[in-house]
Design a protein around this ligand. Structure first.
Ligand code: G
Ligand code: G
Ligand code: MN
Ligand code: NA
Length: 252
């Protein structure tokens, strides 16, 4: 079967799963998570996003896959709220998805349907969406913002952000790309950039998330420099949303 019909079949079979990777705050406690898609094939094999997202993007199949993810995330948020342990869940939304017709309406419908609060949804977008400069991007962000959705810039520092535009848009959080986190120790220039990005988040009144944290040394340094959230294998790997949720419900 060619990949296109494989992905269509997988959608019909509900083979796209939401996995969650914890985000941690200064005292080491979990506060929210990032949703990462996994494709579980009929034979049980798990396919990583790098292997199907580029194709799905090209075929616009990332739009229905993204809808699947939002539904699963809304269900997680609903359960967290029911258990009185509300936490924000971040979802990656690519430009194709964000600019799809009815994106805003779909998000609102899904969260209404699942009785989940949009104020617990964070949308991770990339700098490339902002570079596209479309009026529609700002309009959609503002509409969603009115419903409580927060926005995070993913892989910050690797694109070509228009900084003037960045501070005009309703962006709450900068996610500093893992290359800065991981190379800061050995590379003074990376360290300078990392420090500057953390300062910039503060200056713009945004939260900062450092991703790709793999060692205690990295975590200590980032916290000393004022990073608000840490994410990475040092704390937790992505895991099926069911098991992540169970731990959160048990922990409190
Ligand atoms: O989960 P993993 O570490 O393999 O993710 C690889 C890449 O795929 C990351 O850049 C991540 O942003 C992207 N990605 C993961 N899940 C999703 C998703 O649900 N939607 C979109 N658009 N991108 C995702
Ligand atoms: O682009 P985005 O930030 O959405 O990518 C998330 C990707 O980063 C996922 O594929 C996830 O598995 C991966 N990831 C998460 N934590 C770490 C980490 O500590 N080290 C490395 N190398 N990758 C990580
Ligand atoms: Mn991300
Ligand atoms: Na990222």
């Amino acid at each position: 079967l060619e990949i296109e019909s494989q992905i269509r079949h997988a959608l019909g079979q509900g083979q796209f799963e939401c996995w969650l990777q914890s985000k941690v705050v200064a005292d080491g406690s979990v506060d929210g998570a990032e949703a990462l898609v996994r494709w579980r094939r009929a034979d049980g094999q798990l396919v990583r996003p790098d292997e199907f997202i580029p194709v799905a993007e090209r075929l616009k199949l990332m739009i229905p896959i993204g809808i699947e993810m939002l539904q699963q995330v809304a269900q997680v948020i609903h359960q967290l709220e029911q258990a009185k342990v509300p936490q924000a869940i971040a979802v990656n939304v690519s430009p194709v998805e964000f600019l799809a017709p009815n994106f805003v309406e779909s998000v609102k419908e899904i969260f209404t349907e699942e009785s989940a609060s949009l104020s617990l949804l964070t949308i991770e977008i990339t700098e490339s969406l902002l570079v596209s400069g479309e009026e529609q991007v700002q309009q959609r962000m503002e509409q969603l913002r009115l419903h409580g959705v927060t926005f995070s810039i993913d892989d910050f520092g690797t694109g070509y952000s228009n900084l003037v535009r960045l501070q005009r848009l309703p962006i709450n959080e900068l996610k500093i790309d893992r290359q800065f986190v991981q190379q800061a120790e050995g590379n003074p220039k990376h360290k300078a950039l990392l420090d500057a990005m953390l300062s910039m988040a503060k200056a713009l009144n945004m939260k900062s998330v450092a991703e790709g944290v793999e060692t205690a040394e990295q975590a200590d340094y980032l916290l000393a420099q004022g990073a608000d959230y840490l994410q990475g294998f040092y704390y937790a790997k992505p895991e099926p949303c069911r098991s992540w949720l169970e731990q959160q419900l048990k922990a409190r």
